[in-house]
Write a protein that binds this ligand. Structure first.
Ligand SMILES: *Cc1c(COP(=O)(O)O)cnc(C)c1O
Length: 442
């Protein structure tokens, strides 16, 4: 790695150069686009990001689970460089090229289930989710879409409608799309009768609501994140996902896994569904798929995907050749560097440290997650009341010390960790040390 794998804090964070750039940003860009941390990045790689002031921060965010293979990963750089010199765009709908087909073949092979599959490529996670809904509606001749509490699916009209949380995603942006219905998610930490009953009761409630309020025969698709991402890294209680998938099978409903955040080795499986052996009919992927180039996909059962009429799917840039080359390099890197195992190792290092912190700091209500998708939920000591104020203070202290962390959660009280899977262990340990100090101070 050409960029030094070290934390280095040489100015206040943000430093003077970043502050100058931020002032320009504020004059040129609307405030609707906000930042987790307004430092302006000049270089990034491995486990660090470097800013305009010469600070080097430990990256516990991966640009929201995107740069799992690291920023500017060598294979990605090489493949994209070669492609950019050959051709940058033809539009796959005008004249096709092989790399698109290779990405599709690879996704058909790697996603859960050994049935015959097809893949369509798109640009963003939201676009993948929208297309999954289009395909499910076309294949079933039904309209209703079922989503879950705490779900996040994107910011377009349909996917914002499917997203649970009002602020910041929905406020003032209505009216929303029709035929979207929300049911409970098995959220163990906050289930009223306790975590033991959570899976069974939540599934029963969800299925009952679908039957009573919508009618299973009207449902085109049930869409769920195997671990709710923006909602706060909520792992549904074990048994919930398989029960919902079974209900879909029994009722001719297309079961869609939104693995936009959980996909591509992040959780210690290539796809998070594999943890309980759930095989989705369709799977939406994006984020970690192409090392930062915009690419997304819907992969699914051939008999469902093939139902859409000729020309019914597409877009100008979907499966752009640069993004396809990047994705192929990412998938090779995941295999060659065994990043699935690396993700597990990150979990094995982080979880015990975080559980120990939970013993020490009453403000930590819950520690959860799998692989390199880990979170802590902050509460008022002795209660389960969300504590966003403590979260803000912990985050402030981490950022000041050069540890980049992200937040999440319906109640704005979850600290989430998404380190690049290539994060050197010394930086991971150093980051955890900073975090521990931040909690001790709060
Ligand atoms: C980020 C995300 C999306 C939206 O992806 P974009 O590329 O931002 O449109 C959809 N679903 C999940 C689970 C996500 O985490």
């Amino acid at each position: 790695m050409s960029i030094p794998q070290e934390r280095r804090v040489v100015t206040a964070i943000p430093g003077p150069k970043s502050q100058e750039l931020l002032a320009r940003k504020q004059a040129a860009v609307p405030p609707g686009i906000a930042h987790a941390l307004p430092i302006f990045i000049t270089r990034a790689g491995g486990g660090v990001v470097e800013d305009a002031d010469g600070n080097s921060l430990i990256d516990f965010g991966s640009g929201i689970a995107v740069t799992s293979v690291g920023n500017s990963a060598p294979k990605v750089v090489e493949s994209v460089r070669k492609q950019v010199a050959d051709f940058t765009h033809t539009c796959f709908m005008v004249t096709p090229y092989e790399s698109y087909v290779r990405v599709a073949e690879k996704l058909n092979e790697l996603t859960p289930g050994d049935h015959e599959k097809r893949t369509v490529l798109l640009n963003t996670g939201a676009e993948a989710v929208e297309n999954a809904v289009k395909i499910a509606r076309s294949a079933t001749g039904r309209q209703a879409v079922i989503v879950f509490d705490h779900g996040y699916h994107g910011r377009t009209l349909l996917t914002m409608t499917m997203t649970a949380k009002n602020l910041p995603y929905k406020q003032g942006f209505g009216p929303y799309a029709p035929e979207v219905y929300r049911v409970p998610l098995a959220y163990p930490f906050r289930w009223p009768t306790g975590p033991e009953n959570c899976a069974e009761e939540a599934a029963a409630q969800a299925i009952d609501m679908i039957g009573k309020q919508v009618g299973a025969q009207n449902v085109a698709a049930v869409i769920i994140e195997p671990i709710a991402g923006e909602g706060g890294f909520i792992e549904p209680a074990k048994g919930f996902l398989p029960r919902i998938a079974e209900f879909c099978r029994e009722n001719g409903i297309v079961f869609v896994a939104d693995e936009v955040q959980t996909g591509f080795a992040r959780t210690g499986h290539l796809f998070a569904c594999e943890d309980e052996g759930v095989v989705p009919d369709l799977i939406a992927t994006a984020k970690g798929i192409a090392g930062g180039l915009p690419l997304a996909a819907v992969t699914g059962r051939a008999e469902i995907m093939d139902k859409v009429h000729i020309g019914g799917l597409g877009g100008t840039y979907g499966g752009n050749p640069l993004a396809c080359e990047a994705a192929l390099a990412v998938m090779e890197t995941i295999e060659e560097e065994d990043l699935v195992a690396k993700a597990r190792r990150i979990g094995e290092i982080m979880l015990p440290r975080l559980h120990a912190m939970r013993e020490r700091f009453e403000v930590i209500g819950d520690v959860r997650g799998r692989g390199a998708m880990i979170a802590v939920e902050l509460v008022r000591p002795g209660t389960k009341e969300p504590n966003p104020a403590a979260l803000a203070e912990v985050v402030r202290r981490c950022h000041a010390e050069g540890l980049l962390v992200l937040t999440a959660g319906t109640y704005g009280n979850v600290l989430r960790f998404l380190p690049p899977l290539v994060m050197p262990e010394h930086l991971l340990e150093e980051g955890l040390g900073i975090l521990e100090k931040a909690f001790a101070a709060v």
